[in-house]
Design a protein around this ligand. Sequence first.
Ligand SMILES: [Ca+2]
Length: 128
Amino acid sequence: MDQFLSIDSDGDGKLTHDDLIKAYSKTGKDPSEAEEIVRTIMKHADKSSSGFINYSEFVTASISKRKFFSEERLQLAFKLFDKENKGHIGVKELKQIFNSGVFQNIDEGIWETLIDSVVGKPKEGEEA
Ligand SMILES: [Ca+2]
């Protein structure tokens, strides 16, 4: 909710094109880039084509964005492993990976996503 409120500069409960432009300008993006991002956001998030994003549309968009990024990351990590593009990872690929130093170039977040997807998050009280 906080994020929604901080973007809703006039506090009317609707995120309009102007609200979003103002929010993005604050992040130091140049105006044409901000314009393009806002256009894309409006196109995807304004499900009812009302010309603004209401709170439930905002929540839906935030969730699908998060999902999209974690899937994208997983695919990226998988592609790094699947050198021959076979759709699965074999011993040979694993060996190459361990020998190539590719680990140093992988963002820590990708590992976290991968590990979470395979073993799940540590339960409360458990050591991570
Ligand atoms: Ca507003």
